[in-house]
Ligand binder design. Structure first.
Ligand code: ATP
Length: 300
């Protein structure tokens, strides 16, 4: 059943200094194996897209990296540490999908962000000046300071995402996992989140971002992991985002528009792939918008 890694994956550098997943298999209690022999490596100082259809194993992978689920085979390491050690040292944070959070729970925005500091506190969890300062700085960075006294349930979808990102920043996480950060977010907020992620990348952090917005991946993700029950391919987005790879990952789910190219200078060079919101434009079988995130190559 295991699809072979694409030749691209074999050529990519093997630096797993950020996230390293080696031959990981995860089986749920009911016997369902959601991930089989998954392998990829991501250096620090990068933003990597995690791309796959519904049910392909993205959340399973996140939960495994966060230590919520155990792998029956294989190993995960974060910044060279085991998952248990990474959790102990507070280096990894998870920004959840909106559906995973109980928004009726009465808690203030600043309290949610303070949760990111728990691992830095003694077991009594009494915040010190440094903790308050970290919360303030994190809220400032996501432009949410004025909402600090609001109940979390009284925020818009985009504001909620920013609060959970602030929690990861207050924690000073070096590895940040983001589950569908752009769902229900307007274009302006999406741009603001992307700008922030790029700044975090340039600080040497590593981010793994699951998204269905294929069109925005080449804009801000220097690397991509394609997943479908296993890792189909991983490496530089500019090399991974080919029509053949995407069709393997998405099967019939992906819509492929063939434009009328009869008037184009070089017919056969332009294609548009989409699964929902943002279409991906391929020019000569490569992302048309690629290159903006590639500047991070060599960082870390
Ligand atoms: N608790 C569970 N017990 C058994 N099987 C599960 C459980 N959670 C998920 N699965 C199955 O594992 C597979 C992968 O699910 P997962 O949630 O990781 O997919 P996903 O890529 O995150 O999907 P989506 O894009 O819809 O969020 C699916 O077939 C799903 O039905």
């Amino acid at each position: 059943m295991n699809a072979p890694l694409s030749p691209t994956a074999a050529r990519v550098d093997a630096d797993g200094s950020g996230i390293s997943v080696e031959h990981v298999t995860v089986t749920y209690r009911n016997g369902h194996t959601a991930l089989r022999d998954a392998t990829f490596r991501i250096p620090t100082g990068t933003i990597t897209a995690l791309v796959g259809v519904n049910g392909s194993g993205k959340s399973t992978l996140f939960k495994t990296i966060m230590g919520f689920l155990g792998a029956s085979r294989g190993t995960v390491s974060l910044l060279g540490l085991s998952v248990a050690e990474a959790l102990k040292r507070n280096v990894v944070a998870y920004v959840p999908q909106a559906e995973e959070v109980d928004w009726t729970f009465p808690v203030l925005v600043e309290d949610v962000v303070m949760m990111g500091r728990y691992g830095h506190m003694s077991f009594l969890r009494i915040p010190r000046q440094a903790d308050h300062a970290a919360v303030e700085a994190a809220l400032g960075r996501v432009n949410m300071l004025e909402f600090r006294k609001r109940q979390i349930g009284e925020l818009s979808g985009g504001q909620r995402k920013r609060v959970f990102l602030a929690r990861a920043l207050a924690q000073n996480a070096r590895v940040i996992l983001l589950d569908e950060p752009f769902t229900g977010v307007d274009v302006k907020t999406e741009d603001a989140i992307i700008a922030l992620l790029k700044a975090l990348r340039d600080e040497g952090r590593v981010m793994l971002v699951s998204t269905h917005n294929l069109g925005s991946v080449p804009e801000f993700c220097d690397r991509t992991v394609l997943i479908k029950g296993t890792v189909l391919a991983y490496g530089l987005t500019s090399e991974i985002f080919t029509q053949a790879n995407l069709e393997q990952a998405f099967g019939g789910v992906l819509r492929h528009f063939v434009l009328d190219e009869s008037h184009a200078a070089t017919p056969g060079t332009l294609g548009v792939l989409t699964d929902d919101e943002r279409p991906l434009v391929l020019y000569k079988d490569r992302p048309a918008a690629s290159g903006t995130a590639g500047s991070s190559e060599g960082i870390g």
